[in-house]
Each structure stands twice: as structure tokens, then as C-alpha cells.
Design a protein around this ligand. Structure first.
Ligand code: NAI
Ligand code: MG
Length: 480
């Protein structure tokens, strides 16, 4: 089987049904409006490098217009609306997202580089499911928090990253609306398009103007949102560095905050694990979405006596992965989201080499145009290596071995992050032992990267705080 690879004819997803305007304005108070800044910036496809559209950049004045619209909508309409009426709007957004699922998936893959199979089968349906799920909670908050009299907060400023653009928008907007808050959301600068399509959907759903505002821009725009005095709640997903800046910026205010930051998850394989299943889980854990996943299983720990067979099978499986056109239905690994991110990943490949680690990359080719990275292993890694300690956010897996359960717990936890972890074993007792001792917000057992709107998600330590998803995801948008 070694080196065996299926040859597939190209199977590109059609993109003629994806309707993109050449220029997008700011979505404020239910309308697309020209930016006070008068500035627009380009968004590109990271695979073809073509310009897809230009997008208005919000300055501090534009941020003020958006927050003011959100505050008025909160005071005059949304706060007063019966919860079951609010729920209908959220439900309607979910249904229209489903109707336009194909277009959303294609645009997500064009703008961000992820394989169409993922945006079609994971990102878009999971995003719609979050709206469905939270629509159901809107009129049941008194049951969710009995005897606590939950009340909404006001205006939520939500800042999201580029790895799951539409899904992160749904994670943020759906619980905010269900709890009776209004929203100003800023997508990441390299992936603004699906959130703008969501703005069109929100318009079509006749949501009262100002309840959801979507503006674009860079770090300055995000900083202006955080600083605005009428913002009551901040929800941020992104880098730990920016998370720390935001926390400093709001010190001394009574703004509520949730931060979902970086990760460096341990994926732990014991010698009694079903090896083939574990290999699938390792591949899914780190190569899913090009490794642009905060909870990616980026540190593999494999028990010493099965290390050889696991690594051999892992290499064989990696050889079958197809790296290429995000819009091709056979593609397993799409394009790296941006030149900056590719440069960062490549710099870590150099760091790992300089640290003396054995590097394995698959033998297949990658497209000559666009930002791509081959799936990569660093074998024989040690706890002190930078490639083990720091978040790479790409398709790069470090491999360490261990002998005892105490040793692997110690190593898995000895890291600044604590977002997620995985464990592969036949024994329930080992699973329970690990879930109580690993300092990670989410732990998967004999599976990896499974998401569901009903499950809370969030981190420990430098991975942030607060939970999103499930019943837990309502609380950060409420006061009791
Ligand atoms: P970033 O943290 O700079 O960007 C995330 C969002 O924050 C974007 O919308 C950005 O415009 C905004 N932002 C930037 N500076 C801000 C500020 N001062 N105030 C408010 N908002 C601000 O992340 P970046 O630079 O795109 O990626 C750098 C690294 O961060 C990645 O290589 C990866 O390691 C990590 N990252 C982690 C993510 C996660 O899901 N936890 C998502 C994206 C990046
Ligand atoms: Mg883009």
C-alpha cells in the first residue's frame, strides 16, 4: 500500500451561482451604507489569488454609527419584543441560510481557501444549526436559568477570525439575539464575504434595522469597537496576543467579555487504541481545514510500544491526501488562508528543522500558484521544542512518545494553552482518568473535531475564558 494514491479527474464545484458584488458597503441599521472613511480594501482568493471584491473599511466614526444603530434598536425594539417573536426571526435566518447553503459554501471556499467538502458539509450546516438551536432557547431563558431572572445586556461587539468565517459569525450572533441583545460584528479582513452574504440574508429576513450590524476592517476597527462606551459585551475569537490587548483595553469598565484564543491540543494514542481509527482521528485532528483550527490536535503523543506502527500508518494515510483547489470536491487540504499565515507556517518549518527534528512531508505535488503547504510531521519532538510549545495554525503535527499515563498527563498539560485534547484507548477508565486531569475545555474520546450547537466550547489558561455553544453559551450574554 505504500505510496498508493487514487488518481481522480478534476471535480470542480460550479461557482456561477455564487453572486458576488464587486463592492460591498457597511451593513448598518438594516442598510448597506458608504463608509465615512471613504476607504475600501480588497479580498482575494488564496488559491487563485484573484481579487473577489472590495469591502468598505470602517473607521471610528463608522463604528460609532453601527454601535448607535445597535443601541437604538436595543432600546426601542429588540429589548421590548416578546421572546417568542425574537425567536421567529432567528429561526427564519436559519432557514434562509439552508436555502442558500450552496452559494454560502462556494463563497466560503473561494474567500478563505477551505475545501468545498468542508464548507458544504460542515461549516454551512453547522452555522445554520446554531441559529436553529438558539432560536429554540429565546423564549425559554427562565427555564434555562430558573429563579435567576436573566436579563439581556445591550450591545454586543463581536470580533471574529478567518478560519471559520460564517460559522464564527453564527456562534456569535445566534446566542446574542436569542438572549435579547443587539450586535455589531466584524469579520476578519481576509474573509469578509460570507458574513456580508449573511447581512443580505438578515435583510431578506426583515430583521428590525440595527439589530445586527456587520462592518469590516482591520485591527483598528476592532479596537474602536472594543473602546466604544455604548458596547456592553465583547465576544472575541482570535489570537492570544489580541485577546490580551482587548482585556487591557476594557480594564476598569463593566463590559462583559468572552475570549476564545489559541490552542495546542494534545492528541493521545495509547497502545490499546484501535490504531486505524486513531490514525483517521489524527489526520482529521490536524489536517482538517489546513490546521487553521484553534482546537487542532497539533501535538501527537503516542505510546512508545506502538509508535512505529502508528507513524508508519500515519505516513501512508497522509500520502493519500489531496492538496489543491479548494473548489474541487476531491480536495482534502485546501489553500492556506493568507500569505502572512503561509509565511508564519514556513518559518515554523525552519524553526523545527533548526531544532534538529526529523521532518516528513508527503511526496505529492502542490499547486504552483496560490498559498499551499504540504501536510507535515515533526518526528521525535521534545517538550522544549518551540514547534511543540507555540501555536503554528497550519497542517503541521509534532510527534512525541510516552510510556506511562502520568508522564503523558504531565506533558500534555505543560503548555500555556488549554482548549482541547483527544484520547484514543479501548479503556473507559483511562478516558475518565484523563478527562479529569487534562486542563482542557473540550476532550474528545476516540474521535476528534466533533462539534454540535448543544455542546459548550471554550478554554483554560491562555486559550481564553467563557463558553460558547449549548446552554452555557447563553450565560455570557445575560445578567442575573
Ligand atoms: P488576530 O487575532 O489578529 O485576528 C482576529 C480578529 O481580531 C480579526 O478580526 C482582526 O481584525 C481583529 N483584531 C486584530 N487586532 C485587533 C485589536 N487590537 N483589537 C480588536 N480586534 C483586533 O489573528 P491573526 O493575526 O489573523 O492570526 C495570527 C495568529 O493568531 C494565527 O497564526 C493563529 O495562531 C492565531 N489565531 C487563532 C484563532 C483561533 O481560532 N483561536 C483564529 C485566528 C488566528
Ligand atoms: Mg479572502
Amino acid at each position: 500500500m505504500e505510496g498508493f494514491k487514487w488518481e481522480y479527474a478534476p471535480a470542480p464545484e460550479a461557482k456561477d451561482h455564487a453572486k458576488l458584488k464587486t463592492q460591498y458597503d457597511l451593513f448598518i441599521n438594516g442598510k448597506f451604507v458608504k463608509p465615512n472613511s471613504k476607504k475600501y480594501f480588497d479580498t482575494h482568493s488564496p488559491s487563485t489569488l484573484e481579487k473577489l471584491a472590495e469591502v468598505a473599511e470602517a473607521n471610528a466614526k463608522d463604528v460609532d454609527s453601527a454601535v448607535t444603530a445597535a443601541k437604538l434598536a436595543y432600546d426601542k425594539v429588540w429589548k421590548k419584543m416578546p421572546a417568542k417573536e425574537r425567536s421567529k426571526y432567528i429561526f427564519r435566518i436559519a432557514r434562509v441560510m439552508q436555502e442558500r447553503a450552496r452559494e454560502l459554501a462556494v463563497i466560503e471556499s473561494m474567500d478563505g481557501g477551505k475545501p468545498i467538502r468542508e464548507s458544504r458539509d460542515f461549516d454551512v450546516p453547522t452555522a445554520a444549526n446554531h441559529f436553529f438551536y438558539y432560536a429554540g432557547w429565546a423564549d425559554k431563558l427562565d427555564y434555562a436559568f430558573p429563579n435567576k431572572k436573566p436579563k439581556s445586556l445591550g450591545v454586543a461587539a463581536q470580533i471574529i477570525p478567518w478560519n471559520f468565517p460564517l460559522l464564527m459569525a453564527a456562534w456569535k450572533i445566534a446566542p446574542a439575539l436569542a438572549t435579547g441583545n443587539t450586535v455589531v460584528l466584524k469579520p476578519a479582513e481576509s474573509t469578509p464575504l460570507t458574513a456580508l452574504k449573511l447581512a443580505e440574508i438578515i435583510q431578506d429576513c426583515d430583521l428590525p434595522p440595527g439589530v445586527v450590524n456587520i462592518i469590516n476592517g482591520f485591527g483598528n476597527t476592532g479596537a474602536a469597537m472594543v473602546a466604544h462606551p455604548h458596547v456592553n459585551k465583547i465576544a472575541f475569537t482570535g489570537s492570544t496576543d489580541v485577546g490580551k490587548i482587548i482585556q487591557k483595553a476594557i480594564a476598569g469598565t463593566n463590559k462583559k467579555i468572552t475570549l476564545e484564543l489559541g490552542g495546542k491540543a494534545a492528541n493521545i494514542v495509547f497502545d490499546d487504541a484501535p490504531i486505524d481509527q486513531a490514525v483517521e482521528g489524527i489526520v482529521n485532528g490536524i489536517f482538517f481545514n489546513q490546521g487553521h483550527v484553534c482546537c487542532a490536535g497539533s501535538r501527537l503523543f503516542v505510546q512508545e510500544n506502538v509508535a512505529e506502527v502508528v507513524i508508519r500508518k500515519l505516513k501512508e494515510r497522509m500520502e493519500t491526501l489531496i492538496v489543491g483547489d479548494p473548489l474541487d470536491k476531491n480536495t482534502d487540504i485546501g489553500a492556506i488562508n493568507s500569505k502572512e499565515q503561509l509565511d508564519k507556517i514556513n518559518s515554523y518549518l525552519e524553526i523545527g528543522r533548526a531544532e534538529g527534528l526529523e521532518l516528513f512531508q508527503t511526496s505529492g505535488s502542490i499547486p504552483s500558484k496560490g498559498y499551499y503547504c504540504k501536510p507535515t510531521l515533526f518526528i521525535g519532538a521534545a517538550q522544549s521544542n518551540r514547534v511543540v510549545q507555540e501555536e503554528i495554525f497550519g497542517p503541521v503535527l509534532t510527534i512525541q512518545t510516552f510510556r506511562t499515563i502520568e508522564e503523558v498527563i504531565e506533558k500534555a498539560n505543560n503548555i500555556p494553552y488549554g482548549l482541547s485534547a483527544g484520547v484514543w484507548t479501548d479503556k473507559g477508565s483511562k478516558i475518565f482518568n484523563l478527562t479529569s486531569k487534562l486542563r482542557a475545555g473540550v476532550i474528545w474520546a476516540n474521535t476528534y473535531n466533533k462539534f454540535d450547537p448543544t455542546s459548550p466550547f471554550g478554554g483554560y489558561k491562555e486559550s481564553g475564558f467563557g463558553r460558547e455553544g449549548g446552554l452555557h453559551g447563553l450565560a455570557p450574554y445575560l445578567t442575573f
